[in-house]
Design a protein around this ligand. Structure first.
Ligand code: PLP
Length: 445
């Protein structure tokens, strides 16, 4: 990339982390913000560019998290900012379902083009990932006249009441917050590192569980993350989703690909289900779609999407003019700068740099990933027993040394690496060196 950034693309620490201004802000925050909105690192950010965040003390920090995969195109992209600013000065709100505007339609047209499948499609735009998942549930129930919803083990689908019920982990997402809605079922998935099954074998297990616990013809929708994000960057074995697709087709079940985290260039394709060569009926999109502006969508088969009565889906801020202007700029940028190719460049750089970690470090059980989305599964040496304390140590060392990394996994033992696709090889190398310091320390003990 030849892009010029307003912040040099290098890690540079002026203070200990968190610095004095962050510490001050943290004191204010503890007196004003709910403890429930916990943070990974109490480093308060001021601005950013490309793959670098600059905190309130002037420290330059390498961002390998992108606010959970949102700023895929890089921080504070000047073209996206200009598109949003121009729209904000022109018109900020009408409510599309009162009086419509072109941006909304243009985003829906683009989503029809980039989502898998060459059938007629429709979209609805909303604000958040969880809202997109909730709408996909409503639409699938309306279309099928059925109630049951299936989600995979280790899934993450959001934090609203309905999507919490579809999310696998009890802690911290769900604990003490029930009751949850009924007719939601978690079913076994494919987790190659842990189950050792082929895609076909894992799918047979999934389908057997459904047949014996739920009944295929009771199911409205089957939700899958083609690459699980919060679940630990779990990539089901080849052939798994083809079998699930066939099962859904045979039984009139709406197959929904939740692409909220892995979609929009993150894995080197527009949508991560393309790696599995499967066409879902509906797709949910959010995180990376608008460079940080809140926007989400449900896109899919016209017959399913149009089965809903007018007024049955929508919401005040959904498909806001400013967010949609930003999304259109993001789509342009992805195409013009070949950001799908950039994600594949990052994938190669990461494989070259960390592909041998399982051989070099006994605490690394597995390295897996696609594009700019990698998981490093940490285990007690010589076993496959999850090692969450190792992840805690890595995150603590990384964040105090100016590298933001993410946690993941049902056992809190997967290091998640999700940089912007514009990150340089030099920054990847520097950040991985910081992580290796902890891996070396852990391996020596
Ligand atoms: C983040 C995420 C959601 C929820 O999105 P929000 O915008 O936080 O509501 C749903 N599904 C997946 C796969 C996600 O990664």
């Amino acid at each position: 990339m030849s892009a010029q950034y307003s912040v040099p693309q290098e890690r540079k620490l002026l203070t200990a982390l968190p610095g004095p201004k962050s510490v001050e802000l943290q004191e204010r925050r503890l007196r004003s913000v709910s403890r429930g909105a916990g943070t990974l690192a109490n480093i308060y950010m001021d601005h950013g560019a490309g793959a670098i965040l600059v905190d309130v003390d002037g420290n330059q920090i390498i961002d390998l998290g992108c606010g959970i995969g949102v700023t895929t195109i890089g921080h504070a992209n000047t073209e996206v900012a200009a598109a949003a600013a121009a729209q904000a000065a022109k018109l900020t709100h009408t409510l599309f379902t009162v009086t419509p505007y072109e941006n909304y339609v243009a985003v829906a047209e683009k989503l029809a083009e980039i989502t898998p499948g060459d059938f007629e499609k429709r979209s609805v735009l909303v604000n958040t990932g969880a809202e997109a998942v909730e709408n996909a549930v409503k639409i699938a129930r309306k279309f099928t006249g059925r109630r049951a919803i299936v989600a995979l083990d280790h899934a993450f689908h959001g934090r609203t009441n309905l999507t919490m019920a579809m999310t696998y982990r009890p802690w911290p997402e769900r604990a003490g917050m029930g009751p949850f809605p009924g007719e939601i079922y978690s079913v076994p998935t494919s987790y190659p590192y842990r189950d050792g099954l082929t895609g076909e074998e894992a799918a047979a297990k999934t389908i057997d569980y459904i047949t014996t616990h739920i009944g295929a013809t009771e199911i409205a929708a089957f939700f899958v993350e083609p690459i699980q994000g919060d679940g630990g960057v779990v990539i089901p074995a080849p052939g798994y989703f083809a079998k699930i697709r066939q099962f859904c087709t045979d039984n009139g079940i709406v197959l929904v690909a939740d692409e909220i985290q892995a979609g929009i260039a993150r894995t080197g394709t527009w949508y991560s289900i393309e790696h599995h060569d499967v066409i879902p009926d509906l797709v949910t999109t959010a995180k990376g779609i608008a460079g940080g502006f809140p926007l989400a969508a449900v896109t899919g088969r016209a017959d399913i999407m149009d089965s809903v009565q007018p007024g049955g889906i929508g919401g005040t801020f959904g498909g806001n003019p400013v967010s949609t202007a930003a999304a259109l700029a993001v789509f342009d940028l992805i195409e013009r700068d070949d950001l799908l190719g950039e994600a594949r460049r990052v994938e190669k750089a990461l494989w070259d740099r960390i592909g041998d970690w399982p051989e070099r470090f006994p605490v690394v059980g597995d390295v897996r990933g696609k594009g700019a989305m990698f998981g490093v599964e940490l285990v007690h040496p010589g076993t496959t027993t999850p090692y969450p304390e190792a992840l805690t140590a890595i995150i603590k060392h990384a964040t105090t040394n100016g590298v933001i990394v993410l946690d993941a996994g049902s056992w809190d033992s997967v290091l998640r690496i999700m940089p912007s696709v514009v990150i340089s090889e030099a920054l990847i190398d520097d950040a991985m060196s910081v992580i290796e310091e902890t891996l070396t320390a852990l391996s020596g003990s």
